[in-house]
Design a protein around this ligand. Structure first.
Ligand code: DGI
Ligand code: FE
Ligand code: FE
Length: 195
């Protein structure tokens, strides 16, 4: 399946159904919420709504894969072997983008990068990267203290929403004594600390 430059209602339907087959109903609902939010942000900030739709529909495509599949791909395809010390939370974006490329035939590098970065963010993010990162955080199904503030910021200034989300995520990781992935620290340094 090729979506680039020719994203019809039919391709979207097929992509949606393929994604749906790979996840729980609850996660699929989240994915549709991210899509709706990402397309709205793309329209507001001048990114491609088609790319936003494809990236959103596929961003959590690999989230329900067993660990051994990720471990195999990390070893086989030349990923940094330090990734083996992490888990699904980190793998499903960084490594998941490769599943999306190989299994869904999506070769658009902007889309693949937005999938890769969606959990950790990055010091340098494209407009599409920011849209997927923020849409994942504020989609209508999310409900946590601070989500309304993030939604408001996303309507005013996308970079401010990225900053807010990054600080919020890092605080949550610290509070729950989680290991911080190096890219998450880089995102924090650039976007929150202004380094
Ligand atoms: O896949 P979603 O649940 O829609 O959202 P996500 O991809 O943004 O986040 C997945 C999980 O990853 C979430 O529980 C937060 C966690 N996470 C984000 N950054 C880090 C992290 N976990 C660890 N251990 N370290 C990180 O730096
Ligand atoms: Fe995710
Ligand atoms: Fe998600």
């Amino acid at each position: 399946m090729k979506y680039e430059g020719n994203y019809t209602a039919m391709n979207r339907e097929l992509l949606m159904q393929t994604v749906q087959m790979h996840m729980s109903e609850k996660r699929f609902k989240h994915v549709l919420g991210v899509e709706k939010t990402a397309v709205a942000l793309a329209e507001k900030y001048g990114a491609s709504p088609e790319k936003a739709s494809i990236a959103a529909l596929t961003h959590d495509y690999a989230k329900e894969r067993p660990n051994d599949e990720f471990e195999l791909v990390i070893k086989r395809d030349g990923f940094d072997l330090d990734l083996l010390n992490w888990n699904n939370a980190i793998w499903h974006g960084i490594v998941g983008a490769d599943f999306v490329q190989r299994e869904l035939g999506i070769d658009d590098q902007e889309i693949l990068q937005a999938i890769r970065l969606h959990t950790t963010g990055a010091a340098e993010m494209s407009l599409l990267d920011k849209i997927i990162y923020v849409a994942d955080f504020i989609e209508p199904g999310r409900d946590f203290p601070g989500v309304d503030k993030a939604r408001e910021l996303s309507l005013v200034d996308l970079d401010e929403a990225v900053r807010y989300e990054t600080q919020h995520t890092l605080l949550h990781l610290l509070e729950t004594k989680k290991a911080i992935y190096p890219e998450t620290i880089e995102t924090y340094n650039r976007w929150v600390a202004g380094k």
